[in-house]
Design a protein around this ligand. Structure first.
Ligand SMILES: *[C@@H]1O[C@H](CO)[C@@H](O)[C@H](O)[C@H]1NC(C)=O
Length: 216
């Protein structure tokens, strides 16, 4: 009789101990997950980019249009500043201007380069002031109406391909006024029947990166 009672107590104690042991393991595991999430937030993985940006850098991701079907998008510091959903994009060239020291959006606009006129584009890009970041994403046709004057302005912003952009090319460019060097952030695919991914258009382009904040 006494033996059974002792045995019963031992079994209860053992059960309590194992429960406590597993409970402890379980909850400390949960704590680790929570801490990892917090640490990820601290290094701010902006715009869904693969690599986080260091302090004093702006994160961006820019995607060109797909054929004449899916519109382009521009993300800056985790905010989609231009997209179909925002309803502020159009066929041709989609351009966003951002203050390079504050990271504040100055303005966005899109310019029809097929049936439009080049003048509104020139009126938009020529007055851009020193210390402005310039984001450009193509959609459908960025090239037909582009003239030498507009190409020269983009070249001054640091573009290497602006001189060669043609009918239905895919083009992504991030440059700036007053950078006085070629931008490392540019991609271009020529419209070519032999290599096009879609019937009349080359592949979509996608580019992400970190831009150092301008500190004067
Ligand atoms: C950027 O913002 C700063 C601070 O407001 C201002 O002094 C500067 O003129 C702005 N630069 C541009 C290019 O808008």
């Amino acid at each position: 009789m006494r033996c059974t009672a002792i045995l019963r107590i031992v079994v209860i104690l053992l059960t309590l101990l194992t429960t406590w042991f597993f409970a402890e393991k379980f909850f400390s595991g949960k704590k680790d997950i929570k801490r990892n999430v917090l640490e990820q937030k601290k290094v701010k993985i902006n715009c869904g980019n693969e690599k986080p940006c260091p302090d004093d850098y702006f994160a961006f991701k820019i995607i060109s249009g797909a054929a004449n079907v899916v519109g382009p998008s521009i993300c800056f510091e985790n905010i989609i500043i231009m997209s179909s959903v925002r309803n502020n994009i159009g066929r041709g060239l989609n351009i966003a201007l951002i203050n390079a020291s504050t990271g504040i959006l100055i303005k966005t606009d899109s310019f029809d380069m097929y049936s439009g006129d080049v003048k509104p584009l020139l009126d938009f890009i020529k007055p851009v002031k020193d210390g402005t970041l310039v984001f450009v994403a193509s959609f459908d046709d960025p090239g037909t109406k582009l003239n030498d004057e507009a190409r020269a302005v983009f070249t001054e912003f640091g573009s290497s391909y602006a001189k060669k952009i043609n009918f239905r090319d895919s083009w992504l460019f991030v440059g700036g006024k007053g950078i006085n060097s070629k931008s490392p952030f540019e991609q271009h695919i020529k419209n070519n029947k032999e290599t096009n991914k879609y019937d009349g258009w080359p592949e979509v382009l996608e580019m992400e990166g970190c831009i150092p904040r301008k500190t004067k």
